[in-house]
Design a protein around this ligand. Structure first.
Ligand code: NAP
Length: 281
């Protein structure tokens, strides 16, 4: 970053634990540079119980806001005075903005998910058929809400702990499935999204019966380290089109940038290439 930090520099950041390997500072600072905005985006690591205190301290300052990542996405809701309906539905917030001492919570993960499909599976229409979400945590909740809001006629939720899938679908809509019934949940699906934290390492790779998906079913993994997860390798071996988690990460960062700095990030900068370099991919 060649821009000087001055007394008028706008500052925003991302909070999580751990946070050192977050790609968000790379994305946002590259966009700030390209847009010529006097701004800076920093990563903050806080202790497990520290989010509330951090927000209390920052909300009356000139700090613009925070992206929020694990394990604070639920705490972020409690820290906000105003909650966007999509964050309330997801019961998780990945974006806090500060203005005049007030804190607003939003969730841009669902927007990022749909943007990723738009970019990497052009022509995909969420209203064209059933979509299957794997997982029932915060990311899955956001995905279910995003697909239902986009007109998807049926969202199927498959989870290791069936009771969590049942609770999620009872609240948001959709149909719950246990892992043993994943094949039935894949039949006729136009997309399958892995929103579990499994697959982060090869030894925890998901073994789902992806062969039960129809030809042309788009397979997406929210995990982006590695970029091509064992789940996506399995999908590609079956000839299924795939969408990766990095496209979603960039897709959720775009509306966050606009919320912090008042304008959309420049489109002509290849931040994906920067992120891939940082990932060593
Ligand atoms: P979470 O709330 O902790 O939920 C984790 C989910 O994974 C639960 O449904 C859990 O099932 C399931 N799970 C964990 N290990 C499993 C295994 N070995 N086999 C089957 N299911 C397993 O996490 P989250 O916040 O929803 O995040 C989920 C993933 O999405 C994370 O990897 C996160 O990094 C990723 N994510 C990516 C983006 C992006 O921009 N690319 C954005 C948001 C999240 P149980 O209910 O049975 O425990």
């Amino acid at each position: 970053m060649s821009r000087p930090i001055t007394g008028t520099t706008l500052v925003a950041g991302v909070v999580g634990n751990p946070i050192a390997h977050s790609l968000s500072p790379i994305l946002h600072n590259a966009w700030l540079d390209a847009a010529g905005i006097d701004g800076a985006y920093v990563a903050l690591e806080v202790k497990e119980d520290g989010l509330q205190r951090l927000v209390e301290g920052l909300k009356g300052t000139s700090f613009r806001g925070l992206n929020v990542t694990l394990p604070f996405k639920t705490d972020a809701l409690a820290a906000a005075g105003h909650i966007h309906p999509r964050a309330r539905r997801a019961q998780a917030a990945n974006l806090l903005t500060f203005a005049e001492g007030r804190v607003a919570a939003d969730n841009t993960d669902g927007l990022g998910l749909l943007a990723a499909f738009n970019e990497q599976a052009p022509g995909f229409d969420p209203a064209a058929g059933p979509v299957t979400i794997l997982g029932a945590g915060g990311a899955a909740r956001g995905a279910v809400a995003a697909f239902l809001d986009a007109g998807c006629p049926q969202v199927r939720v498959v989870n290791r702990t069936l009771a969590r899938a049942e609770a999620l679908t009872a609240e948001l809509g959709g149909d719950p499935y246990g892992l043993a019934d994943a094949g039935a949940a894949f039949a006729g699906a136009i997309a399958v999204v892995n929103a579990t934290s499994a697959g982060l390492a090869d030894d925890s790779a998901l073994s789902f019966p992806l062969a039960a998906t129809p030809e042309g079913c788009v397979v997406m993994d929210m995990v982006y380290k590695p970029l091509v997860t064992p789940f996506l390798v399995q999908a590609r071996a079956l000839g299924r089109p795939t969408v990766d988690g990095l496209a979603m990460l960039i897709g959720q960062a775009r509306p966050s940038f606009e919320a912090f700095f008042g304008q959309p990030p420049p489109r002509d900068l290849d931040v994906r290439a920067l992120a891939l370099k940082a990932l060593g991919a």
